[in-house]
Design a protein around this ligand. Sequence first.
Ligand SMILES: [Fe+2]
Length: 270
Amino acid sequence: MRRFRLGKSCIRLRKGYRPRFRFTDGERIAALSAFLKLKVDHKTVLCRDTNTYRALRDFLLNSGYSPVYETERVGEEKTAMATFACLNPLTGERLAVVLGMSAPNEVSHAQAPFAYGFAGKPQKDAQTYMQHLALRTTDIEKLKSYLESKGAEFLTPIYKDKDSFGPLLQSFTRELFDDEWFFIEFVQRDYDADTLGVGGTQFVQNTVKSLYVSKQEEFREWEKTGKKRKFLDGVPAKERDQLLRDILAHTEPKGYVQTVAPISRHVKLN
Ligand SMILES: [Fe+2]
């Protein structure tokens, strides 16, 4: 006997029997448009303070990661962030480490998880928070239009920029969950991003600054009203799970997104 998960219920089926009324995983992937076959591009972790930021940076450099981007301060007049990004040349994993810098009378949005907590409670022991996951698509315009046609909302337009690997297009979603600060970045790189070596450190400020300003505006609004407009608020409730599953469940490497803490706390992918 094999067990198939079907929505919330579980049914027992004879071995070898395939239900006709539902895609199998393989068929569903084949049915998904090419722009929905996503790959993990990088993830970005926020740090509580300078010690954590330095320790993470030090640990990553000592673990064989090569620096690909670094900036000491980018943001607005009052608040800003420092960013360090690196690449593991063996595994291809890219990580960005961010330190939000608040002012005496304004919290930086990159300090939000530490100033306001997450997962519904203050988190005084948390030193890090997974802020966003970047997923690579083959066609960001089509992907964005498709998701918007379903009711999904993005925080930013599609930015055109360049990083140390080459030209890239990026767009950032609104946050996914209440009591969290997590969002998704979609990127398109028109070259084989998996086979590239380390490109050397570069300083690309435009998109980073635009994103900082948009996030800080969104955050100020939340501080004022206590409300936020989420990524899937405009999608009919019964379609939200499937849409999120179409985005996340088939992302390669398989199983990676389940390791990202805000997702694992809030989404059941299988
Ligand atoms: Fe990013």
